[in-house]
Ligand binder design. Structure first.
Ligand code: GLV
Ligand code: MN
Ligand code: MN
Length: 407
């Protein structure tokens, strides 16, 4: 006799299967980036898991993977997330939503559910922007919210362009860009994700729904000075771009602290050439800025930019500033949010400061998010965690939502 289906076992088996892929021994945690070896291995794993379940797997023009239960679209109920990570990231951000979707399908099948509408599981490419710098790249390309030519020219830290990376992965770079056919199939989208904060801990709830996402952008500041010798160059003769770069870092905290609800971060600073006894010729600084609305986000960035310009001038350095990505505040569809919360017995709704593909999709189709409790609130770091019981509660919640929406 066939063993009875057990959600915790299915969850643990799938989670375990990913545990060795993309382990980053230098940074700790996982480094899995769009179309790199680890991410391709995870895609292969997903494809195999989907095929094993009899789902039809397709890769869209932008490298997003779709596994279909039923004929593709229209009015499909789509769930899923991403498999890439930030550099040295945790195990849950992204994979939780993909594994939960696969196991939710198992659960629904085990109980004999026959969907009236097609269900799809999507794996979006390069959600974190950890390789090419733009977050939610796969969903931005799909929806046309990034220009395809600009995307093709995006470059990773080794100088590989997105066009080259997708070619190596077997895609045609000329076909990157808005994909109306794929988008038209999506009736509603529901992404399950580990919570990136302690909202559910404080509410003593294992699962919640998302209400909104902060406005969010990334900017690259390049300070150019004069590369020279650290011992032989008198201090007064220097044009050291590390000085204004440091001023920018300090201004980031100072300016954001004065704006209600704002968060601004420098998490990446790259001196060139980067030698201990070398005055840098350039320093690149990436600013991540977020706030409850566009006006506050823009104001924060303007003030930081003004401080950076003044510091650059003071050191005789040049400064160029490029907006790498931007997305305004997302307010999730309240009808769908209330329906999802209602199916789950009225789970709480909470805002988030983290970006998601669901935030990109929300401008095009009714979209909702389910969050699973994170005991420490830590994410984008190896300590990111969710307890097994909460992951299982998340899978059960997602299955209930899919049953309602596709039934
Ligand atoms: C992605 O998780 C982001 O919020 O940057
Ligand atoms: Mn993330
Ligand atoms: Mn994520």
């Amino acid at each position: 006799m066939k063993d009875a289906f057990r959600t915790p076992d299915a969850w643990k088996d799938a989670f375990q299967a990913l545990s060795e892929v993309g382990v980053d021994r230098r940074r700790g945690g996982y480094s899995r980036h769009g179309f790199d070896r680890a991410e391709l291995e995870l895609r292969a794993w997903f494809t195999e898991e989907a095929l094993r379940r009899g789902l039809a797997v397709r890769t869209d023009r932008n490298g997003n993977l779709w596994a279909w239960w039923g004929e593709p679209g229209p009015d499909a109920v789509v769930t899923g997330s991403h498999l890439d990570s930030v550099p040295g990231g945790g195990a849950f951000d992204g994979p939780l939503g993909v594994i939960a979707a696969l196991v939710a399908v198992d659960m629904l099948r085990a109980k004999g559910f026959a969907p009236a509408k097609p269900i799809a599981i999507v794996v979006f490419a390069e959600e974190e922007g950890g390789r090419f710098g733009v977050p939610c790249l796969g969903s931005r390309l799909l929806t046309g919210s990034i220009d395809a030519d600009a995307a093709r020219r995006l470059t990773d830290p080794d100088g590989v362009t997105l066009a080259e990376a997708v070619t190596a992965a077997g895609l045609d770079p000329a076909r990157l860009g808005r994909d109306d056919e794929a988008l038209a199939a999506v009736g509603r989208f529901v992404e399950l994700h580990v919570e990136q904060g302690r909202g559910l801990v404080d509410l003593d709830a294992s699962v919640g729904v998302a209400s909104s996402i902060l406005a969010h952008g990334r900017w690259r500041f390049r300070f150019s000075g004069e590369g020279n010798h650290a011992g032989a160059t008198p201090l007064g003769d220097r044009r050291d771009p590390m000085l204004p770069a440091s001023a920018l870092v300090l201004a980031t905290r100072r300016v954001a602290s004065a704006v209600d609800g704002a968060r601004a971060t420098v998490g990446r600073l790259v001196p060139n050439p980067g030698g201990t006894n070398v005055i840098s010729s350039t320093v690149d600084v990436w600013l991540d800025a977020r706030a409850p609305d566009d006006a506050r986000t823009r104001a924060v960035v303007e003030e930081i930019t003004a401080a950076a310009r003044s510091a650059a001038a003071g050191e005789g350095c040049e400064l160029t500033v490029a907006e790498e990505s931007y997305g305004d505040t997302v307010h999730f569809d309240t009808g769908l949010r209330d329906e999802v919360s209602g199916v789950l017995g009225g789970v709480p709704a909470l805002p988030t400061g983290a970006g998601h593909d669901a935030g990109i999709l929300a401008a095009h189709v009714p979209t909702a998010m389910l969050f699973v409790r994170n005991p420490t609130g830590v994410s984008h770091a190896p300590a990111e965690h969710a307890e097994l019981a909460d992951c299982v509660a998340g899978v059960e919640a997602l299955a209930a939502v899919l049953e309602r929406l596709a039934g």
